[in-house]
Design a protein around this ligand. Sequence first.
Ligand code: ZN
Length: 298
Amino acid sequence: MSLRDELVQRGLLISMGVDGLYGRSGAFERVVEHINLAFGTLGDPDRPEVMRFPPGIGKWQLEKSGYMKSFPQLAGTVHSFSGTDRDHGALLETLKEGGDWTAQQQGTEIALAPAACYGVYPAIAMRGPLPAKGRLVDVYAYCFRHEPSVDPARMQMFRQREHVRLGTAEQALAFRTLWMARSRALLTSLALPFDVAVANDPFFGRTGKLLASSQREENLKFELLVPIAAAEHPTACISLNYHRDLFCTAYSIQTTDGEIAHSACVGFGVERLALALFRHHGFSAEAWPQKVRDVLCF
Ligand code: ZN
């Protein structure tokens, strides 16, 4: 039986009839909550500012961040009906005929967040130049990426828990080094097998292979990969991204010295981490090794 079928059969994931879209059971959510607790144990001592955003961002933010240049195929926008009574009649006719009625909707001002940190940059930009110590933000949000898959670890709607660091290049890089050590230690303490890989950054994406290869050379993005569904294709459960000045240029975020700031983020894919734990330690969290339960404060 495939991992997805097993997760659905055991009731951990609830099928919604669309690949990559699932409900979560209480047992699954409990594991997610405790992964968030473990994240907090690592990150709370840094006293981040907490921000929580809905799954939607302003369409303008998607435009400003350059996401449509890089990953148009992954982006999602919210559409709604705004026509006349006559248009409504036409829509109902299309529905009756089993046609694609979504073409009779119009775009709204809302897009779906491709990563949890997208809400942070404009919020910080509104405050003017950064203080000398920079800023650190704790963010947690549902994200959307249009990549339908039968791999349960490749959901279309999933949550990311992130810390986002804004400051000088040195501050951003020091943050990433710190979280690399923390992330490796966490996966080790959770008894999960993992590899660290240099990857293409979702923030730069498609804008050209040139950029992608220079990015690999500069090690802008690291992923901690854990085998989940298929051992030969391990899944990125934690990512560490150094964006250079990409977002801070887009939103004109400056350091105290008036330079364009740099940013970095660490993102935990909480569903992926939960799936990794179920895959490696069994489908009942109550039966996981005590040392793993201790790390998760179970
Ligand atoms: Zn991020």
